[in-house]
Design a protein around this ligand. Structure first.
Ligand SMILES: N[C@@H](CCC(=O)N[C@@H](CS)C(=O)NCC(=O)O)C(=O)O
Length: 213
């Protein structure tokens, strides 16, 4: 099987983490961001992650991909079903701040060649405004992010989100905030860092693996 993904993409990280925990092996294919043709040919939409299960059989949507490969419910999907509204709100709020903070830095990682950088920045600036302003306003985004991390996330860790063992919800959360590890000078609290490292350990996750193969 082939997983088409972007290294920075939280939804792609979900699948990489989930497959790591489930012990599912795949060929990793990092696509350049400007490549519209490959995803459209595979699923009809320019959206990753995409899993090509076999020739002519490809699926997208991170959670659907993971569900298909977890018949034993090792990711405890009932926790996500039970908390779906709460988790969706949390992830949307976290994602909004993480994207505003990390997008201007993601584009300087090796995954982005000049053409991809230009494509990404042009597309994302339509929604978020000039990246220059995001950098200028980073203290505001950091303050909001830290408040959410502390008040809405840390308090729910027991030591996983509303659970004593890791569930799909932890993969959804960790993949969405992982990008902050590359944000200059950002530090997670000790508890948050331990939580993320625990998710990393159990999912055998290696963020930059594809750059050093
Ligand atoms: N609901 C989808 C969301 C996937 C998604 O939003 N992927 C983004 C990257 S983070 C994408 O492919 N964007 C393409 C683009 O903006 O050109 C999932 O869970 O897989």
């Amino acid at each position: 099987m082939k997983l088409y993904h972007y290294v920075h993409c939280p939804f792609c990280i979900r699948v990489r983490m989930g497959f790591g925990l489930l012990g599912i092996s795949y060929e990793s294919k990092v696509l350049p961001y400007y490549d519209e043709q490959t995803p459209i040919k595979l699923t009809g939409t320019k959206m990753l992650p995409i899993l090509e299960i076999s020739e002519g059989n490809a699926i997208n949507e991170s959670l659907n991909i993971l569900k298909k490969f977890d018949p034993q419910n090792l990711l405890a999907w009932q926790v996500q079903d039970l908390l779906s509204n709460e988790v969706e709100t949390l992830i949307t709020n976290l994602g909004s701040q993480v994207n505003s903070l990390c997008m201007p830095y993601w584009i300087w990682m090796p995954e982005f060649d000049p053409e991809s950088r230009k494509y990404f920045q042009t597309k994302k600036e339509i929604k978020r405004g000039p990246f220059k302003n995001l950098i200028k306003n980073k203290e505001i985004h950091l303050k909001i992010l830290n408040d959410i991390l502390f008040n809405e996330l840390e308090v729910k860790l027991t030591p996983f989100y509303n659970s004593s063992t890791l569930t799909i919800v932890d993969i959804m959360i960790a993949s969405h905030i992982w990008g902050m590890y590359i944000f200059p000078e950002f530090q997670f609290s000790v508890k948050m860092h331990q939580y993320l490292q625990s998710v990393k350990h159990q999912t055998h996750f290696d963020y930059h693996h594809d750059f050093w193969k």
